[in-house]
Design a protein. Structure first.
Length: 334
């Protein structure tokens, strides 16, 4: 069989580098609005705000991207709300913060009560998994901007963490171990390319692509004393790992094979023709969350007790905020 012509995320209309450049350009303007209670803002997994009494608020906002188009194609809307919560909560918990509450924003061309109820059903389920309260939201009908059967979602999560318990990667050292948790599927990034590669007629495969994003709080809350840094593998794939601490490189020595991850990834590899950097910066490729730890044996034992599968994927080296893959199958940097 002839090798597929490479089809990149950029070919699907998404330019990750341009998005990163935009963030860099707005950082100075955004920081000009900060006050002396802002501990960290743009650039981390979550923004941190100092409260009285030694507590920090951790906040994050996100959406589901063009995954909503697959939900609309399949007319299946009861899991996309889980994705919405997951994309916000999984960022916030990278600080060690416990999720407190969540708000949603639903924009549509015409309010469909059944569809909207299904979306909220998913949001409620996501909040239950996250132990967060759904305390409000906003619904907007915008005909002319959206067609009657179209909608988009955004979410907002707030958590809290004691300042002394904050996990910000500051204690990471050379030689620390990287341990990864599996993803449930593509999660909520790379869907412009997913939709380019999988036609609407392949409903079974689209249903696999719609699998809800996994929420990691039930595991994360049990292992916090054993970790120094955490990375949610979201947009940008493995390039998220250096966000734990930019003073180091993160060396990946072992990546899970296609036999060890959901079937959808094998299809995406075959159809896109991508490998290496392009592939692992577009999709999570089966890795949804990463820990940095100085106690890998204890962490592995704890994960095993939780019946949580994991992979020992690499280690930390002094460096300049790169993720360096040096496995026997892949060699690249991102």
């Amino acid at each position: 069989m002839a090798q597929a012509k490479k089809v990149t995320y950029k070919d699907a209309g998404v330019d990750i580098e341009r998005g990163d450049a935009f963030v860099e350009r707005i950082k100075a303007r955004v920081r000009s609005t900060y006050n002396n209670r802002v501990v960290s803002g743009v650039g981390g997994f979550a923004a941190l705000y100092q409260m009285d009494g030694g507590k920090l608020l951790a906040t994050g906002t996100d959406g589901c991207g063009t995954k909503v188009k697959i939900a609309q194609t399949l007319n299946k809307h009861d899991t996309i709300g889980i994705d919405l919560v997951a994309m916000c909560v999984n960022d916030v918990i990278c600080t060690g913060a416990k999720p407190l509450f969540f708000l949603d924003y639903l924009a549509t061309g015409k309010l469909d009560l059944k569809v909207s109820e299904d979306i909220i059903k998913g949001i409620v389920e996501g909040c239950k998994q996250s132990e967060a309260a759904l305390i409000g939201g906003e619904t907007a009908e915008m005909p002319g901007l959206y067609d009657a059967d179209e909608y988009d979602l955004a979410g907002f999560c707030v958590g809290e963490v004691e300042a002394k318990a904050l996990i910000d990667g500051g204690t990471i050292k050379e030689g620390d171990t990287l341990i990864a948790l599996p993803s449930s599927g593509v999660h909520s990034n790379g869907y412009s390319l997913v939709r380019k590669l999988i036609p609407e007629t392949e409903r079974k495969l689209l249903l696999e692509a719609l699998t809800a994003t996994r929420i990691y709080w039930p595991v994360v809350k049990e292992v916090l004393p054993l970790v120094k840094g955490m990375a949610h593998i979201t947009g940008g794939g493995l390039s998220n790992i250096p966000r734990m601490n930019g003073a180091f490189d993160y060396v990946i020595e072992e990546l899970p094979g296609l036999d060890d991850v959901p079937n959808i990834f094998g299809e995406l590899v075959k159809r896109s023709g991508l490998d290496g950097k392009d592939l692992y910066e577009t999709f999570n490729m089966g890795i949804g969350f990463v820990f940095a730890t100085a106690e890998p044996a204890k962490l592995a034992k704890k994960l095993t007790a939780l019946k949580q599968p994991y992979w020992m994927i690499g280690h930390v080296e002094k460096g300049t905020a790169k993720c360096i893959v040096r496995s026997n199958k892949q060699q690249f940097e991102c």
